[in-house]
Design a protein around this ligand. Structure first.
Ligand code: AMP
Ligand code: MG
Length: 477
């Protein structure tokens, strides 16, 4: 049995609409995340027996009251007052054995009142893509929603002029409260719901924070700064950091056109629709601040005090984001260099390394550092010849620094050998579409174990072959 709770719907009734998933004609499980089910205290035998039904939307566990969540959002800078779950259903909340609350949510489960022109559906490859990449992120130690299962519906979906096999992703999240959820109530002037949402969010995610709009803003600034710095540290490009895709919990959410860097490039963009590079790799910290400003604006009606003073206080908080992010960035990158307690002066060392690896494989460069403590041959082989003198200078400084740095343990424990390489992900998804799940499972196993040695899995550690060309991602609707 699984018991589902509904605290969000109870606390914020106008934030949801009762909506039922489309009945799936021929449900079947494509993947079930048994390790995650176990962590959540979900009974494996029921999941194996009923998972195909539950996770395809054919039927739902007892106590589930499927709902679509309402939200607004700034997409590529422009505001849409009503977005909402157009192809997703919140089934309810699970309480794990250690008392943590998680949403159980279906994506691709049919049309809702928020669908506008969309068909409410999803097909197999993008749902497997979210499964794979979110599992990789979790294994890399980055806060993220998780994939519990992918279920086939038995219904074909029309995409790009062709029929694809319909699928649903069952997603687990600390919550699905987005910056856009706050914008939804703020733009309607519904201060009562806005306050209820704030109180629910604080109680659920930040129980130790002051129970005020400023307390919430502070907490989200800290959590999101930590998150974006962690993305930067593994070369992750989210691709569509709209305010409806930013979670108040500080988890990575909505894996659409995301991708990982092969070669290091601040301007890297993978999404087919991001023409201006708004969500390029190096833009992510700036978009973090922009999105948080939208949250602050939505929270204004809840900020108590004289208007001018409130605006000054909110602006002061927003002005602080750059420094908070910078400290998180320094922590992440210093750790990758073997420095546990960084000082300001370490920024130059970090930036020096990033200059050296411009256009060079990001993951392999950091992975070469462990050996480079004593022998830089492997690192040196990656760096273009005309930078070798700079590399020697940098190595001398770095080695001197880490001699004195606390905790310069095994750098292979913080710099992954394996990330979900774009060409590998694509090959696994192409095979899955053709009915062969073996490459997907093989890749999943590798990305779930990112820090283990390269030996025996070299192919997973290499960038795309040079003739592979530019990798483009799509929103996956
Ligand atoms: P996303 O790009 O996935 O973050 O979604 C942005 C908005 O479009 C959300 O309101 C989604 O629910 C909605 N949406 C995306 N795909 C579909 C679809 N196939 N049918 C209906 N709504 C969709
Ligand atoms: Mg979204």
């Amino acid at each position: 049995m699984i018991t589902l709770h509904n605290s969000f719907a109870t606390d914020v009734p106008l934030g949801v609409l009762a909506q039922t998933p489309d009945p799936a004609p021929s449900p079947a499980l494509a993947v079930l995340n048994e390790a995650l089910a176990d962590q959540l205290g979900l009974p494996l035998d029921s999941l194996r027996r009923h998972g195909a039904q539950w996770f395809s939307g054919a039927s739902w566990p007892q106590g589930a009251t499927p709902r679509a969540m309402a939200y607004a959002g700034h997409q590529f800078g422009g505001f849409s007052p009503v977005l909402g779950d157009g192809r997703a259903h919140l089934l309810g909340e699970i309480i794990s054995p250690n008392g943590a609350r998680f949403d159980l949510h279906l994506k691709g489960s049919g049309r809702t009142a928020f669908s506008r022109g969309g068909d409410g559906r999803a097909h197999l490859a993008p749902m497997l893509r979210e499964y794979l990449i979110s599992e990789a992120m979790a294994a890399l130690g980055i806060a993220t929603t998780r994939a519990l299962a992918v279920a086939m519906t038995g219904r074909d979906v029309l995409r790009d002029g062709g029929l694809k096999r319909g699928a649903v992703l069952a997603r687990i999240a600390a919550s699905h409260i987005r910056v856009g959820t706050f914008e939804y109530f703020a733009s309607r002037g519904d201060v009562g719901s806005l306050r209820a949402l704030m109180e629910h969010t604080l109680a659920r995610h930040y129980p130790d924070a002051p129970r005020t709009a400023f307390g919430l803003l502070d907490s989200v600034i800290a959590a999101q700064s930590r998150l974006i710095a962690a993305w930067m540290g593994v070369g992750f490009v989210h691709g569509v950091m709209n305010t409806d895709n930013m979670a108040l919990s500080g988890e990575t959410i909505d894996y659409g056109p995301c991708a990982f860097l092969d070669s290091y490039d601040e301007n890297a963009v993978f999404s087919s629709i991001d023409h201006s590079g708004r969500y390029a790799y190096g833009m992510q910290p700036r978009i973090l601040a922009w999105n948080i400003s939208r949250l602050a604006q939505a929270l204004l009606p809840l900020m108590e005090g004289e208007e001018e003073a409130v605006i000054d206080a909110a602006n002061a908080q927003l002005d602080g984001i750059a420094a908070i992010y910078r400290a998180e960035w320094r922590k992440v990158f210093a750790r990758k260099l073997g420095i546990d307690a960084p000082i300001l002066a370490d920024d130059a060392l970090i930036e020096g390394f990033l200059t050296l690896i411009q256009g060079v494989d990001f993951t392999q460069s950091f992975r070469a550092l462990q050996a480079a403590k004593t022998d830089a041959a492997r690192l040196s082989a990656l760096i273009p010849l005309d930078r070798r003198a700079s590399l020697d200078g940098w190595l001398a400084q770095w080695r001197a620094r880490i001699q004195h740095a606390a905790g310069q343990g095994d750098l292979n424990a913080v710099n992954p050998a394996v990330i979900p390489r774009n060409h590998m992900v694509q090959a696994a998804l192409d095979a899955a579409e053709g009915g062969d799940m073996a490459p997907f499972h093989a890749l999943l196993k590798q990305v779930q174990n990112p820090y283990a040695p390269e030996a025996g899995r070299e192919a997973y550690c290499l960038p795309a072959p040079s003739g592979y060309g530019r990798y483009t991602t799509y929103c996956g609707t």
